[in-house]
Design a protein around this ligand. Sequence first.
Ligand code: HAM
Length: 412
Amino acid sequence: MNDILPGEIETWQFLEVEARRIFGTYGFSEIRVPLVEKTELFCRSIGETTDIVEKEMYTFNDKSDNSLTLRPEGTAPVIRSFIQNKLHTKDPVAKLYYMGPMFRYERPQKGRYRQFHQIGAEVIGIEDPKIDAQVLTMLAHYFDAVGIKDVELQLNSLGCPECRPAYREALIGFLEARLNALCDDCRRRYRTNPLRVLDCKVPGCKEATIEAPSVLDHLCVGCDEHFNKVQGYLRNVGTPFTINARMVRGLDYYTKTTFEMVTNSLGSQNAVAAGGRYDGLIKDLGGPPLPGIGFAMGVERLVLMKGQGCVEPNRPDLFLAALGDEAACYAFGLMSSLQRRGLHAEMEYEGKSLKAQLRRADKLQARRVLIIGGDELARREAQLRTMESSSQETISLNGIEEFLLAGLTPAP
Ligand code: HAM
């Protein structure tokens, strides 16, 4: 779990502001849900045999002995809220986005933390493959807009309750014949969660499953048609993608389209964003039988890719340096008034030497410095130094506020 400090936070804020801006143009509204939910919600949605539910949840009993869990992801809480607040009665389509911390007790490493942050989006109520293509295009648009390159959008389809069971059986049959080549973990879970074996990083398991049956060869007519249409719409709007038939997801609620935005630049944590369709989840959680699709991006991974410190820190527009008590008092008044009027102004509060004050201005990377001396104050004059051009001029203190503010906002 990490602190996010000044100097780092600017990149986070940039990523958040861009998400709000871009998701807004696609018609999404923000939703904020609690960090804590009933444990049962995650067991029922993510799945009892997933790593998240089996090993990674921060679960505790509250004083009334309810089992609660710090949310390991955002989809289940958003759907819980959608159902509980009967949002479908107000609008048959919900386009929602969220951002905030998630918690998983995983082994920490680069790009993988126990408290991490997601920016996610969910669309509820649209079955048509156009929305799959729209969500994926929005995701690709976001990566373009924030300047993160070197990512690839990989697509797969995991079928539906109609065609998945036959695929599962085919896969279990294939794995059964190769049990000796699989690792202990996969031997244990190949019956309960055979798809996870395709995702195992152990070289022996990778090799043993090279020829495993492909989910895409087992799709029913409806799923196959849906998947083809998604690809058609993506081509239509020019959103690049590749197919990865071995992509499985670590959560059980997915149906049909699944996807990951992957990169080679983060070592083994290669998914910067991931998601898919979950057409059965809303009904399974006690809501109306509505389809859903969404994704979540890992903000720490976005920050690692973007590079910390890539966004300029908050630099003062003006630093006021004053010589003597009277000038310091005047500078303090001027600074306060300018701050109220929207100018980022700073001063050295403790009346140090001019040299120390200028050092402070330098450290804060102030754009301009106003030097006010005692004699000059009597003449209603001061020196304005512009750091970029290293120029200095004498200016009148009469009308100084307007002068400084005008310098800030160029005329349209
Ligand atoms: P997920 O694949 O578990 O999906 O997580 C989505 C993204 O969150 C990952 O691709 C990764 O970037 C980031 N992430 C996950 N775990 C960690 C971690 N321990 N440390 C840092 N980053 C992490 C979901 O959570 C689904 N709710 C996505 C979704 C939304 N599906 C449909 N709608």
